[in-house]
Design a protein around this ligand. Structure first.
Ligand SMILES: [Zn+2]
Ligand SMILES: [Zn+2]
Length: 832
């Protein structure tokens, strides 16, 4: 008996696919068979960040996407399934800082390894469209798109508070400043005001929110997007500081509680804090607070801290002077970074007022609407803080009104007085895109003393990233040290000017890559609009849920902004989204610190890619987390080996018996019915849901049945034909998951290439659970007729016959010396 040898089979098929460029797809419309243009299908996994080598999460993501791509191709769709690399970013840059070597080296090495492994996994990628975001041919267009947004006023500069490491002299991203210390050197992080580049994503907040309804995305992802955008309705109210002559607008969802505002709070990042009070105590509070993660600062559980600034503002509704505090429970992420504090009707304001012994004034008394449905459920009158509805008290001429009526009346009154207006507020902030970093896309702007900010003309793009000697940031972008590159002439007035030295957030690179795949080799434009229209939107996007907020939000913003510019003809990039669950090991997340990281490479080398891919899809529903087990891998490997050996054995029998060449399938056997059942099951699992695990289970059942009936079937030409059909079907169905083995088995059975064959269709006649009338005899005499399933085995027929009461009466304790079974017909018991 020969052995299943994936190390032989897999490279052979990979060579065929590479040599024949099997998975490349043309942009030219293809009339297809019978002149009907096939439906397009854009199947896309999120592009990988190339660092080191691929991990298990990549294997899962591409195994899912590839199964879908194969399924859709064989169902007659024209499938675009490309690959690229999100190649700029911090790990490569930090590696460069440590080693002094150019980040391009480690990035390109990593890309080569990713590419090699993707090929060794047999993923069906159209390699002719491969791209990497660090290549000038790509980032030329990233810069071009930036300039289109700049022309529209959607890219702009302003001062912003950034997290800053005083030791490394660099700006840190939130995730680099966990627990208030620099991830790299452990120094406490401080806050610093720097001029930064922003995209005006807040202009799109309403559309980003409303258009979520049109998307077939998992509900939890939509919820995360909605919460991130955070739209709330209320009012903007202006508090005036007499001493400084400054207005402080605040956003509140509760203008009806304005009479209860007894103090005023600024976030530590508010630009005016130090102007109001720059004592050392305040300065150190501000620096410390800015370094802490916002989730902790905003927590209701946390003890409230703050400092009185020794200033007051005037409450516009009653003229009261109320004290100003700086306190870290107020965040700049929301509203204006300033709040009116109403301790009687807000939990956190209430805690703060208690800690600082500030007055608490009730202005909405619950239970005012005695007959209302909420009267009984609401808190007892006087229990504060109370966030519910009720009747206005302590609120001047609004006393006695219901607070929801007073809400509008107060806003109207403020508007007449010029001290407020109705307002919608978003939690979403503009996208801070500049980084004081080397390894990113240069921002194509020139600073001219005379002309200000001047865009680099399109015909001078790309602004190439220059090579430098030292990658470590020194309080400014490392690019600032490249003097020859920085010093330039103004494209507008030809006077001396200098280049922008900040680079772009890598999220910019990944906000449009899916557009470039459509027309990846276009040297004249980022894309041909007609080509783009032919492929977009992405029909199925697949990736980790950790990208459910920022990446998806940014890509949606880019698409909408480009639609407004007339550069694309659609508003949403990803029609359907699937988020995969995480792979754990021994119940724990894989991480270097735990020492439980396993590499796909080890499993692919030991068992073959087909086993690794199938196991990944078999361990559970792919949107759920799953725990990797080596025993499980072994089980799947044995299944694939059984399928291969079966095909090998049947193929040999074909050779022995030329008679079967012309043989029909004959009367359907249980195995033939099982094959059609498996086709039906796998098709439904792939078409209607991502149920790869149950699809694989159905194929395993089919193979098990083939083994069960094999010896019987091998005795007749019709039996061999049916067995061959069942094994070919197993190969055909397993192909999206195990493309190498699927191709091998199918070729052994049919001599043809499975990917060139349409997806099989189940014969409805063979799907119905048919029964026949089983004749039961005792000593050759008819004693009963019982219903038996069409595919009942001999044993099952015998069992059903023994179950008959009439037969039991005839047997009456006698010994059965012989049982004769005629499949599909009768059972005869010979009794003594
Ligand atoms: Zn540091
Ligand atoms: Zn100029």
């Amino acid at each position: 008996m020969r052995r299943y040898e994936p190390e032989q089979i897999e490279p052979r098929w990979q060579r065929v696919w590479a040599d024949e460029r099997t998975w490349e797809v043309s942009n030219a419309p293809d009339p297809g068979h019978g002149g009907i243009e096939p439906a397009k299908s854009y199947v896309l996994e999120m592009l990988p960040y190339p660092s080191g080598e691929p991990h298990m999460g990549h294997l899962k993501c591409y195994a899912i996407g590839d199964a879908l791509a194969h399924f859709r191709r064989r169902r007659g769709e024209r499938v675009l399934h490309p690959m690229g690399y999100d190649a700029f970013g911090l790990p490569a840059e930090n590696h460069a800082i440590r080693t002094g070597r150019h980040p391009r080296g480690s990035t390109d090495a990593s890309i080569a390894e990713f590419r090699r492994q993707f090929r060794s996994w047999g993923i069906s990628i159209d390699w002719s469209r491969e791209l990497a975001t660090h290549e000038p041919e790509y980032y030329r267009w990233t810069q071009w798109l930036f300039l289109r947004l700049f022309d529209q006023g959607l890219a702009y500069r302003r001062d912003a508070a950034v997290k800053w490491c005083p030791t490394d002299e660099t700006v840190l991203a939130n995730e680099q400043a966990k627990d208030g210390v620099c991830e790299r050197c452990g120094t406490p992080v401080v806050s610093k005001q720097l001029e930064q580049w922003f995209f005006r994503i807040t202009d799109y907040a309403d559309r980003l929110l409303d258009d979520l309804d049109s998307l077939e995305w998992p509900e939890h992802v939509k919820t995360m997007q909605r919460n991130w955008i955070g739209r709330s309705h209320g009012a903007e109210v202006v508090f005036h500081c007499e001493e400084l002559g400054t207005d402080y607008p605040v956003f509140t969802t509760r203008p009806d509680t304005l009479f209860g505002a007894t103090f005023f709070v600024l976030a530590p990042e508010h630009p005016d804090v130090l102007r109001l009070n720059d004592s050392p105590e305040v300065c150190s509070y501000v620096e410390r607070a800015a370094a802490e993660p916002p989730e902790q600062r905003g927590s209701e559980l946390r003890e409230k801290t703050g400092i009185a600034l020794g200033r007051t503002v005037t409450n516009p509704v009653n003229g009261e002077e109320i004290p100003i505090y700086v306190a870290d429970y107020v965040l700049t992420e929301y509203g204006t970074g300033a709040i009116m504090a109403v301790p009687a009707h807000d939990e956190r304001d209430h805690e703060f007022a208690q800690a600082f012994e500030l007055p608490i004034r009730e202005v909405v008394r619950p239970g005012g609407d005695e007959d209302g449905p909420d009267a009984a459920a609401g808190p007892a009158p006087g229990a504060l803080p109370c966030t519910g509805d009720g009747v206005m008290v302590n609120s001047g001429r609004f006393d006695g009104e219901h607070n929801l009526i007073a809400f509008d009346a107060i806003v109207d009154w403020l508007a007449e007085e010029g001290r407020g207006r109705r307002a919608v507020n978003f939690r979403l902030r503009d996208w801070l895109l500049s980084r004081q970093r080397y390894w990113g896309c240069p921002i194509p702007i020139v600073h001219c003393e005379r002309c200000g900010l001047v865009p680099v003309p399109d015909d001078q793009l790309p602004v190439e990233l220059p090579d430098i000697q030292d990658y470590a940031p020194k309080g400014r972008s490392p690019l600032a040290a490249a003097t020859d590159w920085v010093e330039t002439t103004c494209p507008s007035c030809s006077g001396p000017a200098h280049r922008e030295t900040d680079t772009m957030d890598t999220f910019v690179d990944s906000s449009w890559y899916f557009l470039r795949y459509c027309d990846a080799r276009n040297a004249e434009a980022p894309w041909d609009p007609e080509v783009l229209d032919g492929w977009m939107a992405v029909d199925q996007y697949i990736g980790g849920v950790e990208h459910a907020i920022l990446h998806l939000m940014y890509a949606r913003f880019f698409t909408k902004a480009l639609a407004d510019l007339g550069l694309v003809g659609f508003e949403e990039p990803f029609a359907r989204l699937f988020t995969q669950g995480m792979i754990t090991r021994d119940g724990a997340k894989m991480s270097k610190s735990r020492g439980n990281v396993i590499s796909p490479r080890d499993y692919v080398e030991r068992y073959g890619a087909d086993t690794a891919r199938c196991y990944m899809l078999y361990i559970g529903p792919p949107d759920q987390g799953a725990d990797w087990s080596d025993e499980g891998v072994g089980g799947i490997h044995r299944f694939l080996a059984r399928l291969w050996r079966l095909a090998d054995e049947v193929a040999e029998r074909d050779g022995e018996d030329a008679a079967i060449e012309g043989a029909g399938l004959g009367r359907p056997t249980p195995l033939l019915r099982k094959a059609h059942w498996a086709i039906d099951k796998v098709t439904a699992d792939l078409r209607d849901r991502f149920a790869f695990n149950t699809a694989l289970a159905a194929i395993i059942e089919l193979v098990n049945d083939a083994y069960r009936y094999k010896d019987d079937l091998l005795t007749t030409p019709e039996g061999i034909a049916q067995l061959r059909f069942a094994v070919a079907t197993a190969g055909s169905l397993v192909f999206p998951f195990a493309p190498h083995l699927g191709s091998e088995v199918y070729e052994l059975m049919t001599g043809t290439r499975v990917w060139e064959e349409p997806w099989p269709e189940a014969d409805p006649a063979l799907l119905s659970a048919e029964t026949f009338e089983l004749i039961v005899q005792v000593n050759g005499k008819l004693r009963d007729r019982v219903a038996a399933p069409a595919e009942a085995s001999d044993e099952e027929q015998e069992r059903l016959a023994l179950g008959s009461e009439k037969v039991a009466a005839q047997l009456n304790g006698g010994e059965i010396v012989k049982t004769v079974v005629v499949p599909g017909k009768l059972v005869n018991f010979v009794v003594r």
